[in-house]
Design a protein around this ligand. Structure first.
Ligand code: SF4
Ligand code: SF4
Length: 421
């Protein structure tokens, strides 16, 4: 089984240590085995049979998968591949609990179930059961991490059905044909961001289509070592988006986007799908890239001091660094302040903040120290996980009255005079 570890890739590491300052778990846990270099060494030793998979599990599972080490590495070590190979071997040795497998394999790709989940959450919030549950302390039976996220869960909005059917025409002469990728969790908690993204794309001159047959991107499954389900979902998405001759496939979700642009790696060994995956991966773009490329016109002046917490997967995997910042800097009336150590992960990392709550909060608290240094009134994010994590950070610091957290799309839409409804 250990022969499936990415052994060859570990030799690209020259042990220089350039990645150490970039690694949030090395900073917070302070041990070599919780650094990229240490983890690469451990995988190498496990592949050589010198240590067992069990012996490297704690270190590997405490990795956020933020891939900041890849960006820092002078020899282009493919750390993501090394980490994924460990996850795959681990999942084969010790399969995830039944409930987790059901959630990843059956629930996330099931649109009907997600719609029911969204409607239930909305009813929970709208009927006031949420505040009653908090006051009555009934939620104290939940683990601390679930209570923490329940309290900062955003108001759930239903997606605008008109924006999800047929071909949506641009506001001006068409300059691109795009298909919009909605994601699964995103469309439960942040359907409003998807709606606003579609309207902004129309505003920028795009003809937009939301393909009905699209499904979950497969990122969470892949991160938990279930490559089989990820490959299946990738093939379904590729086939769905091949239906139109689109210039781009656009999404507003840093984490999902990172999975979509790596479908070519995921399916590289499959002769029927490798080339199709490559074409699909190249067409995938974050919404900020397309809006910055095509240009948007602002009609409202905003105000305030705005900072930006990039999504690691947008920054380190999709390599999108400048577009969101350029867009923010172009909004009339706002002052953009770079966040010190902004390129360090906020500790969200998929479900890391649920399964490794304490470690995640340590990383978040360090992030909020940097936020406090610049005192912004708005923190801009580009991924739903980071969005929730930063909301939690603001709450932990008692800054709810002073600092708001928004997705970049919300700010851009406001400045363009685009409303949700
Ligand atoms: S920067 Fe790259 S080569 Fe250097 S220790 Fe880290 S992973 Fe290895
Ligand atoms: S992916 Fe992030 S947390 Fe994991 S080793 Fe690399 S920098 Fe550290």
């Amino acid at each position: 089984m250990t022969s499936q570890l990415a052994y060859k890739e570990t030799f690209d590491c020259v042990q220089c240590g350039y990645c150490l300052p970039a690694c949030p778990t090395y900073a917070s846990l302070g041990k070599e085995r919780h650094s990229p270099r240490g983890r690469i060494n451990l995988v190498q030793m496990a592949a050589e049979g010198k240590i067992t998979i069990d012996e490297i599990t704690e270190s590997m599972e405490l990795c956020l998968g933020c891939r900041a080490c890849e960006t820092a590495c002078p020899t282009n070590v493919q750390y993501g591949k090394i980490l994924e190979s460990f996850k795959k071997v681990k999942a084969a040795e010790a399969p995830a609990p039944f409930i987790e497998n059901m959630a990843l394999q059956k629930a996330l790709p099931n649109k009907k179930l997600l719609a029911v989940m969204r409607a239930s959450l909305r009813a929970y919030q709208k009927t006031g059961i949420d505040s009653f549950a908090r006051k009555s302390k009934v939620l104290s039976i939940l683990p601390e991490q679930l209570r923490a996220f329940e309290e900062i869960a955003p108001a759930v909005e239903m997606p605008n059905k008109q924006l999800r059917t047929g071909i949506l025409l641009p506001e001006r002469d068409p300059n691109a044909r795009v298909a919009f990728f909605t994601g699964c969790i995103m469309d439960v908690f942040f359907a409003k961001i998807n709606d606003l993204s579609i309207k902004l794309l129309q505003h920028a001159g795009c003809e937009v289509t939301v393909i009905k047959e699209q499904t979950c991107c497969g990122a969470l499954q892949n991160h938990s070592g279930d490559t089989g389900t990820s490959r299946k979902l990738a093939k379904e998405n590729i086939a769905a988006f091949e239906k139109g001759n689109f210039d781009y496939v656009v999404n507003a979700i840093g984490g999902c986007g990172a999975m979509l642009v790596e479908y070519d790696h995921l399916l590289a060994d499959d002769p029927e799908w490798a080339e199709r995956a490559k074409v699909f991966a190249q067409k995938n773009k974050d919404v900020s890239v397309i809006l910055n490329k095509l240009g948007i016109s602002f009609s409202r002046e905003l105000s305030g001091a705005v900072t930006y917490q990039p999504s690691c997967h947008l920054l380190n995997v999709q390599k999108v660094a400048d577009d969101p910042v350029q867009l923010l800097e172009s909004i009339p009336g706002i002052t953009y302040i770079p966040l010190p150590k902004g390129d360090v992960c906020c500790g969200s990392a998929g479900i890391y903040n649920i399964v490794h709550y304490e470690e995640s909060m340590e990383i978040l608290d360090a992030k909020m120290e940097q936020v406090q240094k610049i005192s912004p009134d708005t923190i801009v994010t580009s991924n739903p996980g980071c969005h929730l994590q930063m909301c939690l950070g603001v709450k932990r610091e008692g800054l709810e009255e002073k600092v708001r957290v928004v997705h970049i799309i919300e700010l851009l839409a406001k400045a363009c005079g685009i409303d949700h409804k």
